[in-house]
Design a protein around this ligand. Structure first.
Ligand code: CUA
Length: 332
């Protein structure tokens, strides 16, 4: 190969590699960083992207060079020369990708092991995933429909799926984790930036998959401690407060409207109209509310989709009782 050709190829490679690098670096593709683990995930991302840019530059340079240099004349109808194997090139194009893929696996493996390390001072939070809601349970039985985390403290989330496979993801925290029925899975997060971030289910899990969202709220440690105390007091307080707390902690507000709770969801029936709905269903109000919580598909209000409301049959009886009292008790 002539020296001039090599220089031209290298020039094309720098051109394409440079253009791809600018696209990668100048456009903000990734959400803000809000956890320690996310930095490591980003490292894997950029490591892989760097390799992809190098491969792209090489391929694009060779193709462009070939198209420009070996183009046939308009009157040339002859076949190209026959080509036989080239052992050296074949070894190279097998070995180089194998090495690159192995490097990505090793880097990813090291990052996942590091991200799994929770340390001694971590807090455990149980995460229940069901069609189509998340529930987060803290020590002392405090539970919430939002994930609240104290800034700077490692948290180990333990996942439990009640029905099908779901997947937990907060883009700002980086790593995803599946919740699989019958399996114990976990994810460590060390939040390092105050704020409210979306929690997204990233595994198609049924009709309400797109609704299976909530928020992760990173708070100052003192504010977090105050919130835990407040929740404990509400759960042990009068029945109305316990019902209100259960309504909030089970994510009812994401689908239902209830003035008393400041809830404005519209995916499910308006709970301020429960007495009218009970009459329509031909059932006593209290029985109707209880049935709708523990066996929601027994009667579905006309106009709303079947199989959308998750069953809360697994809730502790005290919470179900509190909810029934809260929803059926007050003036409507
Ligand atoms: Cu749960 Cu998608």
């Amino acid at each position: 190969m002539r020296r001039g050709s090599i220089l031209q190829l290298v020039g094309l490679g720098i051109l394409f590699g440079g253009a791809a690098t600018l696209v990668a670096v100048l456009i903000p593709w990734l959400p803000p960083v809000a956890s320690k683990q996310r930095d490591r995930i980003d490292f894997v991302f950029w490591f892989t992207t760097g390799i992809a840019i190098a491969v792209f530059a090489l391929v694009a340079a060779v193709i462009t060079y070939s198209v420009l240099k070996f183009r046939v004349r308009p009157d040339d109808d002859s076949d190209g020369p026959p080509i036989h194997g080239h052992t050296g090139i074949e070894i190279a194009w097998t070995a180089v990708p194998a090495i690159l893929v192995a490097a990505i696996s090793v880097v990813s493996g090291v990052v996942l092991v590091q991200n799994d390390h929770a340390g001694k001072n971590h807090m455990d939070v149980n995460v229940t995933a069901r069609q189509f809601a998340w529930t987060f349970t803290y020590p002392d039985d405090v539970s919430s429909a939002q994930l609240r985390l104290p800034l700077g403290r490692p948290v180990k989330l333990h996942f439990r799926a009640l029905d099908v496979i779901h997947s937990f993801w907060v883009p700002e925290f980086g790593q995803k984790q599946d919740a699989v029925p019958g399996q114990d899975t976990s994810l460590v997060i060390t939040p390092n930036k105050l704020g409210t971030y979306p929690v997204i289910c990233t595994e198609l899990c049924g009709l309400g998959h797109a609704l299976m969202r909530t928020s992760a709220i990173v708070m100052k440690p003192a504010a977090f401690a105050a919130w835990v105390r407040e929740q404990k007091n509400a759960a042990n307080g009068p029945p109305g407060d316990a019902g209100k707390a259960a309504f909030a902690s089970n994510g009812c507000a994401s689908c239902h409207t209830l003035k008393a709770a400041g809830a404005t969801g519209t995916a499910g029936p308006d709970l301020d109209k429960l007495p009218a709905y009970a009459k329509q269903a031909g059932k006593p109000l209290e029985d109707f509310v209880r049935e709708s919580i523990v066996d929601p598909n027994a009667y579905v209000q006309p106009g709303f989709p079947k199989n959308l409301m998750p069953s809360f049959a697994t809730l502790p009886k005290t919470q179900v009782d509190a909810l029934v009292a809260y929803l059926a008790g007050g003036p409507k």
